[in-house]
Write a protein of this length. Structure first.
Length: 221
């Protein structure tokens, strides 16, 4: 099981979490860099230093970019991708709040082609739920669940089309997981054919402020 790490806290605010992440970089699928709900308007030196250290430790970096469910102009999205790559050395991008319907798939496909032409790889899409089947062929990884642990254990369902793709193409991001149950959350993701997971104990409004306890121990449970 690989771990996708969105750590949305400033390195100066929680340097210990960033240090632990850097020392565990080899156990991650990728780390999402998110200085200001995106790259911001100028380089953040603390994030640049953290990104450099992560890269040196072998981490793959994804620049966080909000697509606002297709409402943001493609030019704004690609500008953010370029900034992440130039300022923080991002390898790929984490496109958040992407569309999920068949009607919106062509626009999403065009957007992904644009960011790939910029050199971004891998491209991760986060609709937060299972989208129309075609989206899985657009992305390298797609987040098919983002939500609370209570929902994950009580209301998760997996459409049949997911069986046509390997588990490594799917990710589950689960928050509000009791710390003692984080290994169970990782196992559950694997049982539900998600090869990448990101269980955290935090709650809304920003459950990603804390580092997942899964990095502190074995993820096989």
């Amino acid at each position: 099981m690989s771990l996708l790490i969105p750590l949305y806290v400033h390195p100066a605010e929680d340097p210990a979490a960033w240090h632990r992440l850097i020392t565990s970089a080899d156990r991650t699928y990728a780390v999402v860099i998110n200085p200001a709900d995106g790259p911001g308007t100028s380089v953040d030196p603390a994030f640049a230093a953290a990104a450099e250290a992560l890269k040196a430790a072998g981490a793959r970096l994804l620049g966080y970019v909000d697509t606002d469910y297709g409402a943001r102009p493609a030019a704004d999205v690609t500008r953010d991708v370029v900034r992440h790559r130039e300022w923080y050395g991002a390898d790929g991008c984490f496109l958040d709040r992407v569309t999920a319907t068949p009607a919106e798939l062509p626009a999403c496909r065009r957007l992904v082609r644009s960011v790939r032409r910029l050199g971004a790889s891998p491209v991760v899409l986060n609709p937060g739920l299972h989208p129309a089947p075609g989206y899985a062929r657009v992305a390298d990884l797609i987040v098919t669940f983002e939500g609370h642990w209570s929902t994950y254990v009580s209301a998760f369902s997996r459409p049949s089309w997911t069986a046509r793709h390997p588990p490594e193409r799917f990710c589950h991001l689960v928050y509000g997981v009791p710390e003692a149950l984080v290994p169970l959350a990782v196992r559950t993701a694997g049982q539900r054919r998600a090869g990448v997971a990101g269980p955290v104990t935090g709650e809304l409004p920003n459950p990603w402020r804390g580092l997942t306890p899964a990095l502190s121990g074995g993820t096989d449970g």
